[in-house]
Design a protein around this ligand. Sequence first.
Ligand code: IPE
Ligand code: IPE
Ligand code: MG
Length: 259
Amino acid sequence: MTYTSSTVRVPEVAAVPRHIAIIMDGNGRWATQRRLPRVAGHTRGVDAVRAAVEACARRGVEYLTLFAFSSENWRRPNEEVSFLMRLFVTALEREIGKLHANGIRLRVVGDLERFDDKIRDLIKRAETKTARNTRLTLTIAANYGGRWDIMQAARKLVEQAAAGKPVEVNEDAFAEHLSMAYAPEPDLFIRTGGERRVSNFLLWQLAYTEFYFTDTFWPDFDADALGHAIASYTERERRFGRTSAQLEPQSQNVDSLPC
Ligand code: IPE
Ligand code: IPE
Ligand code: MG
């Protein structure tokens, strides 16, 4: 199992984040600033996705997770929602060959029941085609909500119990049913567009993730901007509840205080 709960075991920390999760926010305001319709910002946002995927692959990031459509985004005007659905389909159709050629594995997480058959079929084909790629796992969160994810995991445990199977209720067993059980918890969370909130993204998995907020709107977020976020991450001290002194290698031999 790839998933290690950071509250059960202290995970290994590398200089480059293994997993980056991004709330790609600010498309609408990017467009409005230019007197363009909001949806023009979404179209430009796809270029920024491409740039982020390339930059992460180059830097050796293993997992990149992008919040594309939240379970609350259905509340937007119908025209914007249908535009986003069409954009998702065209971008996927257009990019999948290139992603595959570059060794990228694609996963889509979220409540896909709400999408029509055409989209679901396209997602399945793209996931199957890229399933064996190992360079970078790109996860698109679509109709995703952190609360939905926790609820669906709980539902699976209840169903197991109802079917008479043995059920353990502990963090590791629970996390195995989360939709991203194939990935480690994010090391770095980035939100563009100036808001400082989680907006129902990966609620469970962000327990010990480092947060980075930038005012840059998503369409302007390029490889350099990603570099700044990673540089900020590299400076942080990830203690996972311990003290700074415990993180110094020599302290492990000197103080043998029980922890
Ligand atoms: C993020 O940009 C994209 C989606 C939520 C699909 P927004 O559309 O939220 O842009 P702002 O926040 O209104 O500027
Ligand atoms: C979060 O952005 C969801 C995505 C980027 C897909 P929103 O723009 O929908 O978030 P709120 O409404 O400002 O919290
Ligand atoms: Mg927004």
